[in-house]
Design a protein around this ligand. Structure first.
Ligand code: C2E
Ligand code: CA
Ligand code: CA
Length: 600
């Protein structure tokens, strides 16, 4: 689109009139217009239909049967939007009126035509055209609500800024700004108010960021700051010629500026926001990478909390973002009651009785669904949340057992997994002790499953800790046995009660000869050390038979039961009154198998 030059087509059968018109236009600056000429009705109509010109000068007399007025009517009918000026030669008033009625923008009397008149008409048409283009431009490149640039224009600005920065070896920063909880504000006020808020935010951003003192650099270009609204409540700020690290200061200033409330609907409205920052050329050298990274950094900032800014870092990939998200959600999970405990039966396969349950943590998040412990326990450990969560587990599981006892069931053991962080936590003994006391549960019903990795790094300390736990009267088992260092020497020195053969060894028993041998060795080792042994992950009848033949006494696995919520697992407990459980755990097995095993 050419913004400056007006293209004019003269449709006139007379070359003389063309020359005359040109002369009339001679006073107008030549760069302003460009005049073409066609001499026939058909050529004129074709040009009009092709929308080739900004303005048409139409002679009434085309030297044909059809007149300029006919052409005018055809032109309007074909949807011509450009102004058409009908040139009349008769001073005929009726014709003028007809022309106006048909939709001509102007009519000019050729006989009295002055260059001034023609110029005025052309200038007017030109202005009209510019206004149209301005409107179009506005719609394409600017945001309606705030009047700021939109994302398309922002990308244009960014492209130019990158080229500049590249040429002059400078840095630039992009700040991606997003209002915290804008939805809530929008919902609690009304949409008009939401729009007003966006407008006010835009104004505040603009006035703050455009002050050169906050930017702390000398401007080389006339306008080194560009602000755009690129989404709902999301703004982008481009700071050219800035030292990357300074962008953090700008971000802080922006966030601080929000402490001042906005005034909407006769009340003060307080908002906070998050900002993600990315810096050229460090984080990226092209528009799309930089925009993506700014958005990522923003997401990070939002995950961490409100009123934050974050610089983009290379480690901000999808996986670490998910981690961060989980960490965030996990902080609230305990308070919101999203954590629950499931209980998986552990069975003595010699006397076919339930000896207890392993306590397994479950996390159900209303939006994310069930999140597997393998995904969130490491996170809980790394961010320290395992300490309060671990304490909650001990408390909940112990009081669960007490309430079963109160309901009239015989007590059984609960085996709780203890992570290495809990194991090294000074207050561990204290809270276990106080919980047992508080819920009035005998320590013999509490077992801790400890992994080899938890106890390997400081043997002296470990042994001391294990002895203290033992002294309290709780049981200790070595979890995932065989997967860690499996140093046999420690087994004798550690005051353990049981070894738990890891699921990975049980998996291919009896088919896999190596695994079978390992399982046999572990069972023999445990027994020789006077430890009991429990096989976890028992899923098939073949595995059960093999374990029986190897003289393994305890098992746990899907063959008997998955970890179940407390209501469902309770039916396996023995009632003091009836002396038997509502549901015998062995009845889960198939009839033929029970027969084969000689189980009733
Ligand atoms: P783990 O201590 O080895 O727990 C046993 C895992 O094996 C549980 O997975 C259990 O659901 C699963 N399992 C039990 N029987 C079978 C079976 O027959 N077949 C198969 N394929 N799997 C079986 P879960 O609940 O997903 O827990 C995974 C890990 O998360 C646990 O491994 C444990 O290390 C950790 N974890 C779970 N709950 C807690 C907890 O309360 N505290 C701590 N510190 N860690 C926990
Ligand atoms: Ca375990
Ligand atoms: Ca295990």
């Amino acid at each position: 689109m050419n913004f400056e030059t007006l293209s004019i087509l003269l449709i006139d059968d007379s070359k003389g009139d063309y020359i005359l018109t040109k002369e009339l236009l001679a006073d107008i600056k030549e760069s302003m217009y460009h005049l073409d000429w066609v001499s026939t009705y058909d050529k004129g109509l074709t040009a009009i239909k092709q929308n080739s010109y900004d303005i048409y000068l139409l002679d009434y007399n085309l030297g044909e049967e059809r007149t300029g007025l006919d052409l005018l009517n055809d032109a309007i009918e074909s949807g011509c939007k450009a102004p058409i000026i009908l040139l009349t030669g008769f001073g005929d008033h009726d014709l003028d009126i007809d022309a106006m009625k048909s939709g001509a923008a102007f009519f000019l009397d050729k006989s009295t035509l002055q260059s001034e008149g023609l110029e005025r008409v052309i200038r007017y048409a030109l202005e009209q055209k510019r206004a149209e283009e301005q409107k179009l431009l506005q719609a394409y490149f600017y945001d309606k609500i705030t009047g700021l640039a939109n994302i398309y224009l922002f990308k244009e600005h960014l492209t130019r800024a990158i080229a500049f920065a590249e040429r002059y070896n400078r840095e630039l920063a992009i700040l991606c700004f997003d209002i915290d909880n804008f939805r809530r504000i929008n919902d609690s006020l009304n949409y008009a108010c939401g729009d007003k808020l966006l407008k006010d935010v835009a104004e505040r951003l603009s006035s703050l960021v455009r002050k050169s003192d906050i930017l702390g650099f000398d401007m080389l270009t006339d306008d080194p700051v560009k602000i755009a609204r690129i989404g709902n409540d999301e703004f982008m700020i481009l700071l050219s010629e800035i030292k990357g690290e300074y962008a953090g200061k700008v971000a802080r200033r922006i966030l601080d500026s929000l402490e001042e409330p906005f005034y909407l609907e006769k009340q003060d409205v307080f908002i906070t926001a998050c900002i993600g920052i990315t810096v050229y050329p460090n984080d990226g050298t092209n528009v799309s990478t930089l925009l993506k990274n700014a958005a990522r950094a923003l997401q990070y900032a939002q995950q961490i909390g409100k009123n934050q800014y974050q610089f983009y870092e290379k480690s901000m990939n999808a996986a670490s973002l998910k981690r961060l998200l989980l960490e965030n959600l996990l902080h609230k999970a305990l308070k919101k009651g999203e954590l629950t405990l499931h209980y998986q039966p552990q069975i003595n396969i010699r006397d076919k009785t339930l000896i207890g349950f392993e306590v397994l943590l479950r996390w159900f998040h209303p939006e994310m669904g069930n999140i597997p412990p393998n995904e969130f326990i490491t996170i809980a450990e790394e961010c320290g949340l395992i300490i309060p969560i671990g304490e909650w587990i001990v408390k909940s599981a112990c009081s669960q057992m007490t309430s079963w006892i109160k309901e009239g069931y015989n007590p059984v053991r609960i085996a709780i997994n203890l992570s290495k962080y809990q194991f090294n936590q000074p207050s561990l003994l204290e809270y276990i002790h106080s919980i047992l006391k508080k819920v009035d549960l005998s320590p013999e019903y509490l077992e801790f499953e400890i992994t080899e990795t938890a106890v390997m790094h400081n043997e002296v300390k470990t042994i001391a800790m294990l002895h203290k736990l033992k002294a309290m009267g709780v049981r200790l088992s070595m979890d995932d046995f065989g997967t860690g260092y499996s140093s046999l020497s420690y087994l004798r020195r550690f005051p353990l009660d049981a070894l738990k053969i890891d699921r990975s060894f049980i998996n291919e028993v009896p088919g896999n000869q190596d695994d079978y041998s390992i399982v046999r060795a572990i069972i023999a080792l445990a027994h020789s050390l006077n430890l009991s042994v429990i096989a976890e992950g028992v899923e098939t009848e073949e595995q059960l038979k093999a374990l029986l033949s190897l003289n393994c006494e305890l098992v746990q696995g899907f063959l008997f039961s998955k970890p179940l919520p407390p209501e469902e697992v309770k039916i396996y407990l023995t009632s003091k009154k009836t002396k038997k459980p509502q549901q015998s755990i062995c009845d889960i097995l198939s009839g033929p198998l029970k027969k084969q095993l000689g189980w009733k």
